[in-house]
Design a protein around this ligand. Structure first.
Ligand code: C2E
Ligand code: CA
Ligand code: CA
Ligand code: CA
Length: 278
């Protein structure tokens, strides 16, 4: 029979049907993945101007027995849509809290781990309690923890986000606004929110070598951050010239494949420092 609507088309498109099946499979495997230890945290360093590792961002990885490695760019969205991101976030909070002691051993008592929060997490009034309890269970000093949140997630429910981040800030955690520059056109909220760092999105960094406009936007973002007394971190730094340019603008920390890909704890332990590091 002929396609009558979108749904029918979906069924008869073999490629879409496979991807739809994959989504359902991913959504349905999340609980089991947590139970069977299929998730793992990788860590990617942020390097300061002295060339030291300032902090490490925890990035989740999933090794599925049938699907192989599933990347967060795929399953986080599926988990959000299926209402299962919260279980993942709780796992990440606990795992990062547990592994922090080892990062402190490897680096210094001042090392920080950065944890990503999803917009859906921010809608849970219990989020602060989960964080607090994870810290308590593993004896975490909140000063060793940063939270990364995108501007759209922060603004999605402004007053409850602001309340949460104020409380986390009072505990001693720091807050970074992730993927800055990609979400909102209005900047007025920057005067009101509790954050420590702006993270310039990779999209801008990627084109620093080739686009004068990207350079101008990056200069403006860094200038804005400095005038607001915020720290600035640039993500996705892949070339030496990008790094040099960001350094010349006074960017506080940089993160990207130039220094290190995200790596698992065992690899970090075996080789704690990156090849491009003072
Ligand atoms: P993000 O928070 O913006 O993380 C940066 C992504 O860019 C990571 O991808 C990282 O591996 C990648 N990356 C870092 N340096 C470079 C570089 O120099 N070049 C390029 N091309 N890429 C680079 P990843 O690990 O696949 O994560 C993708 C996204 O998934 C993250 O984007 C974040 O939004 C989300 N995510 C990852 N882990 C978690 C988590 O534990 N919880 C939540 N809620 N989201 C997570
Ligand atoms: Ca992030
Ligand atoms: Ca980011
Ligand atoms: Ca990004």
């Amino acid at each position: 029979s002929k396609a009558k609507g979108r749904g029918v088309y979906t069924i008869f498109n073999p490629e879409m049907s496979e991807s739809h099946k994959r989504k359902i499979m991913i959504a349905n495997s999340i609980e089991a993945a947590i139970e069977n230890n299929q998730f793992c945290l990788y860590y990617q360093p942020k390097i300061n101007q002295q060339g030291e590792i300032d902090s490490l961002e925890a990035l989740i990885r999933w090794f599925h027995p049938e699907l192989g490695a599933v990347m967060p760019s795929e399953f986080i969205l599926v988990a959000e849509q299926a209402g299962k991101i919260t279980a993942i976030t709780q796992w990440v909070l606990n795992q990062a809290s547990k592994e922090l002691a080892e990062l402190i051993d490897i680096y210094s008592p001042k090392i920080r781990v950065a944890i990503n929060l999803s917009v859906h997490d921010l809608r849970h009034s219990d989020l602060f309690d989960w964080i607090y309890n994870a810290f308590k269970s593993y004896g975490v000093n909140p000063e060793n923890v940063e939270f990364e949140v995108t501007e759209s997630a922060y603004l999605d429910n402004f007053s409850s986000s602001e309340n949460l981040f104020k409380r986390l800030h009072n505990l001693g955690c720091t807050i970074a606004l992730d993927d800055f520059g990609t979400g909102y056109s209005s900047l007025s909220y920057l005067t009101q929110i509790t954050i420590d760092t702006l993270k310039i999105d990779r999209q801008f960094v990627m084109e620093l070598d080739t686009s004068e406009r990207c350079r101008v936007v990056t200069i403006s973002i860094i200038d804005l951050a400095k005038r607001l007394s915020l720290k600035i971190c640039a993500e996705g730094v892949e070339t030496h010239s990008q790094w040099e340019y960001l350094n010349s603008l006074g960017c506080d920390t940089v993160q990207g494949y130039l220094f290190s890909k995200p790596r698992q704890l065992a690899d970090i332990k075996a080789q704690p420092h990156c090849h491009r590091q003072a």
